[in-house]
Design a protein. Structure first.
Length: 301
């Protein structure tokens, strides 16, 4: 099936706009200094960013996911669909494997994109007007990291991203498939849109819960060195030091913000796609419910 790029971009853009403030809060909570914490929790972080940096502070780094979402969506849906066809049978295991393959491959785009996003989100923390801008925008951020550290620099956090994304996408596609089957996703059903919205939202929550501790590690590794000091030698060192300094709760930092974000992001995505489908597909082509193209990746939003 040929997909219009609008199907990939518009719903993803809606999801980014709804979810990015929650993501900014999540990253700030994940990487803040435990000895001198700036934020007491999710809602205090929201309030502090708006008060200290204005509402625009919540949208720092939004350029990066906006630039990458069309490519990631196209890659994810293409790889997942082709892998599922190659496996031959639509079983729960194959849904998981196809989703995992899609998650693994899109890391090539996702990792540098999230690196730029994270660096931009941390720039000017607590400052209403930036005294000094290290990066003008997400692209400038990647260019400067490349000039200073080369390819290794812009792929910082690649292994942790791979470990997070691979099972996360597997659980996402598997949960979505199971939910739509259980709820009875039929095109003629008057409640098909709420069912798709609910299925997508729940799938996003499950996928985040499945690998969230690794997301904390990924954020810490990508933020490492921002202040000029490098703390971690790698994943295991980051896990060890984080646990030693802050206990097991460190691996749930920012989880509330993430779960609050997961459902509305997917809801916005699914609602937007549904409007697109109304215009792009004739009634003759809607003989069956096609959930595949309206799945939004759980990681990059």
């Amino acid at each position: 099936m040929r997909h219009n790029h609008g199907v990939y971009f518009a719903p993803g853009a809606a999801g980014v706009l709804v979810g990015h403030p929650f993501d900014t809060v999540k990253v700030r909570l994940q990487v803040q200094n435990v000895e001198k914490p700036l934020y007491r929790g999710t809602f205090h972080c929201f309030q502090s960013i708006i008060k200290q940096e204005s509402a625009f502070g919540l949208y720092k780094g939004i350029g990066s996911p906006m630039m990458g979402l069309t490519f990631i969506n196209a890659l994810v849906f293409g790889v997942q669909g082709n892998t599922l066809r190659a496996l031959g049978k639509d079983t729960p295991l194959n849904q998981f494997l196809a989703g995992s393959a899609a998650g693994a491959i899109q890391c090539v785009i996702c990792c540098p994109m999230e690196l730029a996003k994270t660096r931009m989100q941390l720039q000017g923390t607590g400052e209403y007007k930036l005294k000094k801008k290290n990066y003008k925008n997400s692209l400038d951020c990647l260019v400067k990291i490349y000039q200073k550290e080369g390819l290794r620099g812009i792929n910082r956090g690649m292994v942790s991203t791979f470990i997070r994304e691979t099972p996360s996408f597997g659980f996402y596609f598997l949960t979505y498939d199971c939910m739509t089957r259980y709820l009875g996703c039929e095109a003629e059903d008057n409640y098909v849109i709420p069912k798709l919205l609910f299925s997508g939202g729940m799938s996003g929550i499950v996928s985040w819960l499945s690998t969230y501790p690794m997301d904390v590690i990924k954020s810490r590794l990508q933020a490492d060195g921002v202040g000029g000091v490098t703390q971690y030698k790698g994943i295991l060192d980051c896990v060890h030091k984080s646990y030693h300094d802050e206990g097991w709760r460190v691996f749930t930092r920012g989880l509330t913000s993430t779960l609050l974000r997961a459902f509305p992001v997917n809801a916005a995505t699914f609602a937007t796609v549904t409007v697109f489908l109304m215009y792009m597909r004739s009634e003759d082509n809607l003989h069956e419910c096609e959930p595949g193209p309206i799945i939004q990746q759980p990681s990059s939003l």
